[in-house]
Structure formats: C-alpha cells, structure tokens
Design a protein around this ligand. Structure first.
Ligand code: PGA
Length: 249
C-alpha cells in the first residue's frame, strides 16, 4: 500500500547554518518516536544551497531531502540552471515540480512542467507535481476540470515505471489559513487517481495549503490522501514533529 509522506517545502527560507541546526534538532526529536520510520516518510525540501549540508546532517536518518525546482538537461552552458543530475548527486531524492509560485512568479507553463517531470525522472528524482486552482476558478466551481487538465499536461512525458507523487494545492489555500473540506480533497484525489489509469493506485497524492498540526489529522485519515506538502508550518521543528506524531498515530 501507499506509505504516507510528510513533505516540508521551506521555499526561500533558512540559511545553511539554520538548515543544519534544524536537522540536528530534528534528529533529536525523531529519536523519541522510533515508530515513525515504518509509519510515514519524511521529506525536507530546503533551498538549493542547503541540500548537500542538510543531507550530511541527516545521513542514515531515513529523512529524505528534496529540491524545490529542477531544470532540464544534465550539464552544459546554462547559467543559473540546476539539473536533476546535479541535485541528485548533491543529496536530493525528490523534487517539487510546478508549484503555483513557480507557475506564477517564473511563468512556468504546462509544457515546461512536463519537461521538468521528465528531467526529474531521468535523474532518479521523484517528482512531486503540484496542481491546484485559483480562487476565481474555485468560486466558478471548475476545480476538478482545472486540476485534471493540469495533471494531464504535466504528465505528458511521464515514465509510468518510475515513482511519482502528486500534490493538490489550491492556490487560495496556500499561506492563507484557509483549507478546503477534507471530503472535497479526498474526492478529487480519487478522480485524479482514476484518471492515471493502472498506475493510479500506487501514486501518492498529497494535500498542500495551510496544513498545520491543528488540521493535519483529518487529511491523514482520508482514504485517498497520502500525506501533506507543508510550507510555513514546516519551518519550525516542533511543528513538524507535532504533525508527524499525528500522522503516525
Ligand atoms: P503553506 O504552503 O503550507 O505555507 O500554505 C504550502 C505550499 O506552498 O506548498
């Protein structure tokens, strides 16, 4: 069966020193909940400069490291780009692809996101592909159509034999303190899964958007939601630990 995933998206927060200190504190806290390893995967996606140093702190802990973006290709004259090859070698096993902040602030298109999914999978990174509707689309009642279309476009080049994770993140829920009803998310996750065909049952589908220790329990209990992608609340170790304790309960 699908193992839940608690994924932290640190966005553009934490220096290398702060990331290391977080990692050390996380290790101490995890020692008190040894059952976490069997019950839930934990992933931290720090800013790129912290990927390698954090992976050194967390080595052999079972906590996984991910990147927040990936560029296509392997090596080359592409100033500023970070390929999956480089990220994987630096310690990343996962990568967030198509986050709404990248779609909006960096004009990432469905086509670019499809290429990034391919680039991730070719370099042994598990893509966490983000989809989600805007406030206007939510109010217009077209969430399902929007999300399924985004998903299809992002997975155009998907290698069905390689692992994949999806994250449903309504844009209006990110950083706003608002969360959709769990039944709505669960129903949507089921539809996403069935649209994936035969592989749908083994693809993890996360919920993201204002998840905290106060509301994670309802998402953990839903049949088709396999964990959470957490931004703001993941920046504090004790809050991450509180969420993990709820997930492993
Ligand atoms: P949030 O962010 O938890 O701060 O709402 C989630 C995300 O953007 O992945």
């Amino acid at each position: 069966m699908r193992k839940p995933l608690l994924a932290a998206n640190w966005k553009m927060y934490k220096t290398v020193a702060e990331s290391r200190a977080y990692g050390r504190s996380l290790l101490q806290q995890l020692a008190a909940i040894p059952q976490w390893r069997d019950a839930c995967d934990v992933l931290i996606c720090p800013p790129a400069p912290s990927i390698w140093p954090l992976s050194q702190v967390l080595v052999e802990s079972g906590v996984r490291i991910g990147a927040q973006n990936v560029d296509k290709g392997r090596e080359g004259a592409v100033t500023g780009a970070l390929s999956g090859y480089l990220l994987h070698e630096a310690g990343a096993d996962f990568v967030i692809v198509g986050h709404s902040e990248r779609r909006q602030l960096f004009a990432e298109t469905d086509e670019m996101i499809a290429q990034k999914v391919q680039a991730a999978q070719e370099n042994r990174l598990v893509p966490i592909v983000c989809v989600g509707e805007t406030q206007e689309q939510h109010e217009a009642g077209i969430t399902e159509a929007v999300v399924l279309k985004q998903m299809d476009a992002a997975l155009k080049n998907w290698d069905r034999s390689a692992p994949l994770t999806l994250a449903y993140e309504p844009i209006w829920a990110i950083g706003s303190g608002q969360v959709p009803a769990v039944e709505t998310v669960n129903n949507l996750a089921r539809k996403m899964r069935s649209q994936l065909g035969r592989e749908g049952e083994r693809v993890r589908i996360l919920y993201g958007g204002s998840v905290s220790s106060q509301n994670i329990e309802r998402f953990c209990q839903a049949s088709d939601i396999d964990g959470a992608l957490v931004g703001g609340a993941s920046l504090k170790v004790m809050e991450l630990i509180a969420m993990l304790k709820t997930c492993v309960k």
